[in-house]
Design a protein around this ligand. Structure first.
Ligand SMILES: Cc1ncc(COP(=O)(O)O)c(C=O)c1O
Length: 411
């Protein structure tokens, strides 16, 4: 098996440098090995017989591994189909529970019914922002999106000011997928607790890169996405603190403790569990490797680009930036054209790949950070990972610098 910092043979053989780990990661060979037996071991984990039992054991083992990764207990981990489902469930569940509590409350002398209120930020993933917008359009909630600083950081005071007596939920990402800014989640969770609201955190981009512990953060719910840290696509989890009531999103059978219906996808869940175990074991070394590769890339680009053409987006303080993420705006080029021309040699993103849809609009995250348009249009998101090598970053830097030399000011 290739170790930390060694290339994966199938990526190397492609001849294309992969610097898009924030979009998705190659599956760990060890995670693939863990999944393989369950392609044929077909029992239903809810069946108590000889076919079901090994599948239940695999699901239980994965639950324990995911719980250990985030500092939770296994009965607080619920498997879902993707990060978007986990985010949607956290929001829907908290808001529907707030509405239920309102209906159950004794009649308060004819006081007008109110809508539950949610606070989030302008740089959340669409799985949060679109969900809030849809539920608001259906008349089920009200919400406020707070602005961010030019470094992509939420200010706790802005969140406090946005809260109303009806705020039932704060939902903030642990770190941003485009610029890597790490948010003050523990402080936001403390704010939520003081106000009697719930705190949900989308940790999709942070797991496997920085320490994420639900006890230290004090969050009530946390989104875990397998394919962002070496697990398979199409499987995720939601941590729900014991005692937190959450309306179900999927109703049906009694799987997942009766809180999320649907027969568990044993193959994918097993892969998620193995990836969770691996990243927990190797986190400090992996983070140091990713940062070394990212920093080398950043230095090479800054040294090679004409003076004052480049802008690094995100926090200047490296402790507040994901160790693997480099968002760089290069004035005078269009990042989408660069990536199209180099698509066989360099895999990276111009925005958030998982929702870019081929559009060329300036990313909402860069807009929220007030990045000048000419730098936003030329912004590349380069994200390193466990298998990135020095040769990868040297080649990527050379490709980008060569492109800028040929097209700078004209593309
Ligand atoms: C921060 C964040 N949240 C949620 C998601 C959605 O995950 P999925 O594609 O598994 O639904 C992503 C994917 O890019 C993400 O970056």
């Amino acid at each position: 098996m290739p170790r930390l910092g060694e290339p994966l043979p199938h990526i190397q053989a492609s001849g294309c440098v992969y610097l898009d780990y924030n979009a998705t990661t190659p599956i760990f060979p060890e995670a693939a090995d863990e999944m393989r037996p369950f392609l044929t071991a077909f029992g239903n984990p809810s069946s108590a017989h000889a076919f079901g039992r090994p599948c239940k054991a695999a699901v239980d083992a994965a639950r324990a591994r995911v719980a250990a990764m985030v500092g939770a207990d296994p009965d607080e981990i619920f498997f879902t189909s993707c990060g978007s489902e986990s985010d949607n469930w956290a929001i829907w569940g908290a808001v529907m529970e707030a509405r239920r509590q309102q209906r159950a409350a004794p009649d308060t002398s004819g006081a007008a019914a109110f809508l539950p209120h949610v606070v989030s930020s302008r740089i959340e993933h669409p799985a949060v922002i679109e969900c809030l917008a849809m539920l608001a359009a259906q008349g089920l909630l009200e919400y406020t999106l707070v602005p961010v600083s030019c470094e992509g950081l939420v200010r706790v005071a802005d969140v406090e000011a946005a809260m109303t007596p009806h705020t039932c939920l704060l939902t903030f990402m642990h770190s941003n997928n485009e610029v890597g800014s790490i948010q003050p989640v523990a402080q936001l969770a403390a704010l939520a607790r003081r106000a009697g609201a719930l705190m949900h955190c989308d940790a999709a981009q942070s797991l496997g890169k920085v320490d994420v512990d639900v006890q230290q953060l004090g969050v009530d719910m946390l989104t875990v996405v397998a394919h962002k840290f070496g697990g398979p696509k199409g499987v995720a989890a939601l941590y729900v603190r014991r005692g937190v009531r959450l309306e179900r999103l999927l109703c049906g059978g009694g799987q997942e403790g009766g809180r999320r219906a649907g027969t568990e996808n044993v193959v994918l869940v097993a892969g998620l569990g193995k990836a969770a175990e691996l990243v927990s074991r190797e986190l400090p070394a992996t983070a140091a490797h990713m940062a070394a590769m990212r920093d080398s890339l950043q230095q090479q680009l800054l040294a090679g680009l004409p003076p004052s053409t480049a802008l690094i987006h995100g926090p200047a303080d490296d402790a507040l930036r994901l160790p693997n993420t480099l968002s760089i705006g290069i004035r005078g080029i269009a990042a989408a054209r660069l990536l199209a021309e180099l698509s066989e040699q360099l895999a990276a993103s111009a925005g958030a790949a998982c929702h870019s849809g081929g559009g060329h609009g300036v990313s909402a995250v860069l807009q929220a950070m007030a990045v000048p348009t000419e730098h936003a249009v030329g912004t590349l998101r380069l994200s390193t990972g466990r298998h990135t090598t020095q040769q990868d970053v040297d080649r990527a830097a050379a490709l980008i610098l060569d492109y800028v030399q040929r097209h700078g000011g004209s593309s």
